[in-house]
Design a protein around this ligand. Structure first.
Ligand SMILES: C[S@@+](CC[C@H](N)C(=O)[O-])C[C@H]1O[C@@H](n2cnc3c(N)ncnc32)[C@H](O)[C@@H]1O
Length: 195
């Protein structure tokens, strides 16, 4: 069944939205910046978009992509951030090899298993060769490991290893020391570089 994300925003059923950027992203940005053009797919209300933009100042331009127009309603932007309404699986042609980095947070877990290769190819297509994928993968949103349940859908490290090995080198992988309440030990931070 396809999820009607727009309807969820309109009815306020957005329990994934914690009103703030990912704690693990903020910890990462305290040590290292994301610079150049950065794409945040499935950005929702843009908390992570603004955090990356605020940290990188004039060294970064951040584009948040989401297919639900109501996600952006009344949302503030910084001068170096903007939102694009669109589908990750049908990216505008000017997004091809246009990004120095992609930031993933709770978009991958929103994507059903049968479309996750498409997710990987879309991110690969958007990145320049040598570009970075920084991901806070929410691996286990559900206690029930049945992979068909969702969204959010669970994922495994083995799945990530298999899926991303084709186009990416894994530079870093660790369990974040900070997380939203309830997500502790359920996330993994991964930094990949596109071949
Ligand atoms: C679980 S929400 C997470 C939102 C945001 N990352 C956050 O943490 O608040 C997943 C988001 O992905 C968006 N989304 C789902 N499929 C998408 C697609 N194919 N292209 C673009 N956005 C998509 C939804 O509209 C939704 O805003």
């Amino acid at each position: 069944m396809t999820t009607d994300w727009e309807a969820l925003y309109q009815t306020g059923e957005t329990q994934w939205d914690k009103g703030a950027a990912s704690p693990a992203l903020l910890a990462y940005l305290a040590e290292s910046l994301l610079t150049g053009r950065v794409l945040v797919p499935g950005c929702g209300r843009g908390h992570d978009v603004r955090a990356i933009g605020a940290a990188g100042a004039d060294e970064v331009e951040v584009i948040g992509l989401d297919l639900a127009p109501s996600a952006f309603a009344g949302v503030e932007l910084l001068p170096n951030t903007r939102f694009v309404m669109g589908d990750l699986f049908d990216l505008p042609s000017d997004f091809s090899a246009a990004f120095d980095a992609v930031f993933e947070h709770t978009c991958y877990c929103a994507i059903p298993r049968e479309r996750r290769d498409d997710y990987m190819y879309a991110v690969t297509q958007a990145l320049k060769p040598g570009g970075l994928l920084l991901a806070i993968f929410y691996l286990n949103p559900r206690d029930n490991p049945d992979p068909t349940l969702g969204p959010p859908f669970n994922a495994t490290l083995e799945e990530l290893d298999t899926r991303f090995a084709e186009h990416f080198t894994l530079l870093r992988s660790e369990v974040p020391t900070v997380a939203f309440p309830g997500r502790e030990e359920r996330e993994v931070l991964r930094l990949y570089q596109r071949f």
